[in-house]
Design a protein around this ligand. Sequence first.
Ligand SMILES: Nc1ncnc2c1ncn2[C@@H]1O[C@H](COP(=O)(O)OP(=O)(O)OP(=O)(O)O)[C@@H](O)[C@H]1O
Ligand SMILES: [Mg+2]
Length: 339
Amino acid sequence: MFILGIETTCDETGVALIEAKDEEIKILKNELASQIKIHQKYGGVVPILAAREHQKNLPILLKNIEKDFDLQKIDYLAFSVGPGLLPALVSGKEFVQDLAKKLNKKIIPVNHLEAHFYSVTIKNNIGRWQKIKKIMFPALVLIVSGGHTNLYLFKNWRDKKLLGMSLDDAAGEVLDKCARALNLPYPGGPEIEKIAKNAKNYFSLPKPMLQRGYFFSFSGLKTAFVDLVAEIKKFRKLDEGVKSDLAASLQKTIFEILTFKLKKAKENFRVKSIVISGGVSANQTLKKIIKKSFPREKIYFPQRSLATDNGVNIALGGFFLLSLNEKTLEAEELNIFSR
Ligand SMILES: Nc1ncnc2c1ncn2[C@@H]1O[C@H](COP(=O)(O)OP(=O)(O)OP(=O)(O)O)[C@@H](O)[C@H]1O
Ligand SMILES: [Mg+2]
């Protein structure tokens, strides 16, 4: 069967086509239009600009797919219904509804965060059949991205429980905002990762809410970091050396908080695996810390190019949901939800 996946929750416009059967999939097309350049000027995503860009990009990406594929052959449209930025989702929703009506196809509503989880089961290989990786359940699942830091316990694909989440900023958001304090461009996570490699010294930073169950709080850490940068600037120039040290200290502190909570959950729940996904999971230092902290556990990370938002994750999510006999929707039944 053929599924077209559409992603518009934030600042990446994604349209992907997959073919799927039994426990195998083939990615036929993975079209992605990043809006990073547009939002960089503002140091973060501007929702209304994101919406306008999705409107502009979606027909172009679909054309690229249509060049080599008869859209009538599509069986279902999978759409990332949220959580996301409302104006961005509205653009996607209108496009998907029109397309569903035009092609007379049904829509599979896919939760964007669950799609981050599904992404760890495949590789971003175009044009080749691949077996979908089996997850060892029960699994602890940490979605760590620009909008979320959510820790779940999944007993199986259907039965999930949210153990905790960030009560303020998400981990990725803190990396983005603190990167700004270092005059690094948006998105900050990859920039912080890059310069952190040259660090020689570490600054001590607070780890808020470490003892409060599985909940996270990062805004205190963000403020402490911004204050520290301001304090340093009073006495010396913010040169490359000190910027590297600050970046490394920040990501190390965030990753230690994530690891601490995961360890606690691991002690309290009998799980067979740990899953880390979402944009921040692209970070190699995070990967190293997690692997070192759980040497005997089965750990799943997404391939770097599938860690951030894309249409493949959504199409794959559509296939998972169909396999679970979840409901598909007519165009006018489609609903979206914000962060
Ligand atoms: N290599 C990296 N290291 C650290 N952070 C990274 C890296 N690559 C991307 N990120 C961060 O990931 C975030 C983007 O991830 P993603 O696209 O999953 O988030 P989102 O879609 O905006 O949020 P959500 O999935 O919660 O709706 C940004 O905050 C970005 O800085
Ligand atoms: Mg995302």
